[in-house]
Design a protein around this ligand. Sequence first.
Ligand SMILES: Cc1cc2nc3c(=O)[nH]c(=O)nc-3n(C[C@H](O)[C@H](O)[C@H](O)COP(=O)(O)O)c2cc1C
Length: 325
Amino acid sequence: MKIGHVDVHQGVLLAPMEDVTDLPFRVICKRYGADIVYTEFISSDGLVRDARRSMEKLRLAEEEHPVAIQIFGGDEDVMVEAARRAEESGPDFVDINFGCWVKNVVVRNAGAALLKDPPRMQKLTRSIVDAVKKPVTVKTRLGWSRDSIVILDVARMIEDAGAAALTVHCRTRDMGHDGDADWSWIPKIKQVVNIPVILNGDVKTADDVVRAFAETGADAVMIGRAAIGNPFVFRQAHAALNGESAVSTSPRERIETCLEHLRLEIAHKPLRRAVHEFRKHYGGYLKGLPHNSPVRQDVVRYESYDEIAERMLKYADDLESVVAE
Ligand SMILES: Cc1cc2nc3c(=O)[nH]c(=O)nc-3n(C[C@H](O)[C@H](O)[C@H](O)COP(=O)(O)O)c2cc1C
């Protein structure tokens, strides 16, 4: 199964996540084996207005391909223009967000709001497909609410509109991120469309990846929250899919990857902003390591890379000396 020139068979993809899947994190995930990475969603209004923060999000690195730029919005003309601008940045795909559940997005008739109007979703998709040369993909949910699941109709309609792949977050809009994702819809969707179908929702471990493929016949799976502070999940997933024994991640590798991620953030944004925005990542990188809370409490107070690196590397040394004793 291919999306444009990219073979997605049993691919393990990094989900788009606002304030998480920026360029540095995508590069790190790619290094650990993410087969396709997605930008966080970018406001079509912001792109068309040339808003600085939206334009910044279009920047891609050479080594992160294949990469999709994801856009969202409610106005067709604005979305079409934003898709053109996104394409100029050289992604492999343009992805449309029809799944965002948050209020300030859906009140603008964007994101998951389109699940209440599948014909409009289809029209918007077709207009974008017609406007750009790159493959256009769609990410959505099962429906607006548990008693209005429309994904089978939506899948047919967006395929008919020319979309090159469909990612399904297997929850409804009213679930937000709560409750279990219902993967049982994936085989049903596979029966009604021929484009690649990407499963998303509650894929947390390498075993989940193997189970998702085996249970649903999805063409690819997409990991969101479980990759935060844990890009290693992509390496583990590929090992499990290849029947290889699990590759463990040492505390030092976790800490050095965390520092490398921080260095990339500092290279990518102003120092103060990079250091502050990075604070949400320590919890993920240090998760499960013994006595990590004093380390976290220290590093979130520091303003310089050197202080953070010194504290983190000292912690890595301490952990190794405990093991050696
Ligand atoms: C912090 C955060 C930000 C997100 N931002 C986006 C986004 O920009 N675009 C999008 O399509 N989905 C977004 N999502 C949803 C994820 O892509 C994914 O569909 C959801 O987290 C379910 O997958 P998971 O169970 O693997 O986390 C976001 C989720 C989280 C937790």
